[in-house]
Design a protein around this ligand. Structure first.
Ligand SMILES: *[C@@H]1O[C@H](CO)[C@@H](O)[C@H](O)[C@H]1NC(C)=O
Ligand SMILES: *[C@@H]1O[C@H](CO)[C@@H](O)[C@H](O)[C@H]1NC(C)=O
Ligand SMILES: *[C@@H]1O[C@H](CO)[C@@H](O)[C@H](O)[C@H]1NC(C)=O
Length: 188
């Protein structure tokens, strides 16, 4: 075969190699990297949330309201700041495993409902220092109410999931002990 006939072949070969290199490097950019080897972890949690609004030592205090709030049967427009203990069992002396800190506010005009914007911060065992963030509507008079877990820190980094809450005990003042079942997906 003459040398002249080899030149077009060489050009095709080099072009093909260059196209391959281009295809490989276009998966990565200087500003974003993908790693598809991560594995999911599913964590389920069960604990009790102690919300005290009455008496000398409330864990939830009303910090703001609208002029019309007290005329509303459902305190529409009131906002509370909370620091509620989280325990393993429902009893007051049950082991403390963390605290729920943040805000909830009355959003129901025709029935009871709270918008929850809270960080559940744990202090026990391997979860010490880890937290998840909960954001969602809480129809407090219903059983099996569901709220979204929208993020987290520490072992709950990149969390997504949901919480199912059931009132375990409540009194006429509005103090309540609420059972939580939480399912969280994170990555290894
Ligand atoms: C992808 O993630 C895994 C697990 O974290 C890690 O072992 C591996 O080195 C990562 N690969 C790259 C290319 O960063
Ligand atoms: C509404 O009621 C609360 C609790 O009884 C009271 O502290 C607050 O001052 C009242 N607010 C108004 C605007 O009347
Ligand atoms: C979690 O869900 C189970 C099954 O419905 C229930 O028996 C349990 O009491 C719940 N835990 C809490 C803390 O509410």
């Amino acid at each position: 075969m003459a040398t002249q006939n080899l030149i077009p072949l060489l050009i095709i070969l080099v072009s093909a190699i260059l196209a391959c290199v281009e295809a490989q490097t276009s998966d990565q950019t200087s500003w974003a990297k993908r790693n598809e080897t991560e594995k999911e972890v599913i964590t389920t949690l069960q604990f009790y949330f102690h919300d005290v609004v009455s008496g000398p030592n409330p864990t939830a205090i009303r910090i703001a309201q609208a002029a019309s709030t007290n005329a509303s049967s459902y305190l529409f427009g009131a906002l509370w700041m909370i620091d509620d203990p989280l325990t393993v069992g429902p009893g007051p002396s049950s082991k403390l495993i963390g605290r729920a800190r943040g805000l909830y506010g009355s959003v129901g005009q025709t029935d009871w409902g709270l918008i929850m914007a809270l960080s559940y911060v744990f202090t026990d065992g391997i979860y010490d220092g880890s937290s998840f963030s909960l954001l969602g509507f809480n129809p407090v008079m219903k059983s099996g109410r569901e709220m979204a877990v929208v993020g987290g820190t520490g072992l709950f980094r990149l969390a997504r999931g949901y919480a199912i809450a059931n009132t375990y005990q409540a009194n006429a003042n509005g103090d309540a002990i609420v059972g939580y079942n939480v399912t969280i997906v994170t990555y290894v």
